[in-house]
Design a protein around this ligand. Structure first.
Ligand code: ASP
Ligand code: MG
Length: 428
């Protein structure tokens, strides 16, 4: 007998029928003799719809109230799920984040879990009940307010529960069969991976892959939680995310295969580019610019500085940041234009970022050459490049991103014979 934590995403519980289907899966796990703790997301696109509503009544909704609103989505699905399980003759009890002991800091909208005290969950398990927990939410002890963990936060809830309860595995169910070499919505020939290292998964998630949320992967890595990403629409095995020193649970003797050099390709359309034009090419200017940008709360990703023209003694500095951070950064920079002494600002929100991730890059050469060749073959222009030990990213026109990703995916030999199945969901 094992303790299994399961997380079901919004598209797995989008309507009454899906809730009943998920309830059946949970009951089947229970019937197999396991203890089950479930973290559930809000139904379908509920969270997005509530966000839209909030912005219709207030241009800048108060963060505390926004959390009160958004956390209600998961309360609906948790109660419905518990009811559905009841009607199948099994004992189930739902708990809000605060009842489950999800203690967070006070940062509304992106709170971090600081402690988990699952006393009531343990009691319910001891009494033989299936435990259902509202994902995405917690409670701050100082303010005594409800918080939310940021979009996609139910993954983090599940992993935190798995860590606190020392579960054997944390199964994250979604509308695709596991983790693919690319988003199957963008690249239908993406291939499902049996296993991926948590460090590769972190890079993919940080660079646009939406299948698992970065905070959940980080949490799992820190606390040694085994994640199994799989589909609630099929019974097929999904993808195991292995932290350092973890063994592939399905590895049969002698079956160890050579690891591929590239694990996957990620695409990201959520970034913008700002170019600071005509910056005096003297020491200290980059420091001034990025201090201003940091104070505006912007999260800078790539930076490129052009060679300065000898005749003018000036240079251009371009950087990328989340689209949503751009207005604040532009405003802050414009306010300092005279002090810093640059000529003007150019804002470009039509960029796309393509990243290739693989731990094999550490030991293999020629990985970047394949990328650049694939892009040049299609005549796609590269605007910026950055690398980490196990990643190469390029910035291109956003309109070229899908084509570029398909080309690059084939160039690394990642294409599968068959098209991937996307069972549901809008990918929103
Ligand atoms: N319902 C929340 C969201 O849509 C949390 C989640 O789905 O994990 O972001
Ligand atoms: Mg959701």
């Amino acid at each position: 007998m094992a303790l299994i934590v399961q997380k079901y995403g919004g598209s797995s519980v989008a309507d009454a029928e899906s809730i009943k289907r998920v309830a059946k899966r949970i009951v089947d796990t229970r019937r197999a003799g396991h203890d089950v703790v479930v973290a559930v997301s809000a139904m379908g696109d509920t969270t997005d719809e509530m966000l839209d509503l909030a912005h219709q009544v207030a241009p800048l909704p108060a963060p505390r109230e926004l959390d009160m609103l958004l956390s209600s989505g998961e309360r609906i699905s948790m109660a419905l799920l518990a009811m559905a399980i009841h009607s199948m003759g099994f004992e189930a009890r739902s708990f809000t984040g605060s009842q489950a002991g999800m203690i967070t800091d006070a940062k509304h909208g992106s709170a971090r879990i600081v402690d988990v005290t699952p006393v009531r969950l343990r009691e319910a398990l001891d009494e033989g009940a299936i435990v259902i927990v509202a994902g995405f939410q917690g409670f701050n002890r100082d303010t005594r307010d409800i918080t939310t963990l940021g979009r996609g936060g139910s993954d983090t809830t599940a992993v935190a529960l798995a860590a606190a309860l020392e579960a054997d595995v944390c199964e994250i169910y979604s509308d695709v069969d596991g983790i693919f070499t690319a988003d199957p919505r963008v690249i239908p020939r993406a291939r499902k991976l049996d296993v991926i290292s948590s460090e590769e998964m972190l890079e993919l998630a940080a660079n646009g892959a939406k299948v698992l949320y970065i905070r959940a992967v980080e949490f799992a890595r820190r606390h040694g939680v085994l994640i199994h990403a799989r589909s609630s629409f099929s019974s097929a095995e999904g993808t195991y995310v292995l932290g350092e020193g973890m063994k592939d649970p399905r590895e049969t003797e002698g079956a160890a295969m050579e690891e591929p050099i590239v694990a996957g390709v990620a695409t990201d359309l959520t970034q913008a580019k700002i170019t600071v034009v005509g910056v005096p090419d003297v020491p200290g200017k980059a420091a001034e610019i990025f201090t201003v940008v940091a104070k505006a709360g912007a999260n800078v990703d790539m930076i490129v500085q052009n060679v300065s023209a000898a005749s003018t003694g000036r240079t251009d500095i371009s950087f990328t940041l989340p689209k949503s951070d751009a207005p604040a950064a532009l405003k802050a920079l414009a306010a300092e234009q005279a002090d810093v002494g640059f000529e003007n600002l150019v804002h470009d929100d039509q960029i796309g970022k393509l990243s290739v991730v693989g731990a094999g890059m550490r030991t293999h050469s020629g990985v970047s050459a394949i990328l650049f060749e694939a892009l040049s073959k299609t005549g796609i222009n590269i605007e910026m490049i950055s690398t980490s030990e196990i990643r190469i990213s390029v910035v291109l026109r956003g309109s070229d991103l899908a084509d570029a990703a398909r080309e690059v995916h084939s160039a690394y030999g990642l294409d599968s014979e068959i098209e991937a199945t996307v069972h549901a969901g809008t990918g929103r």
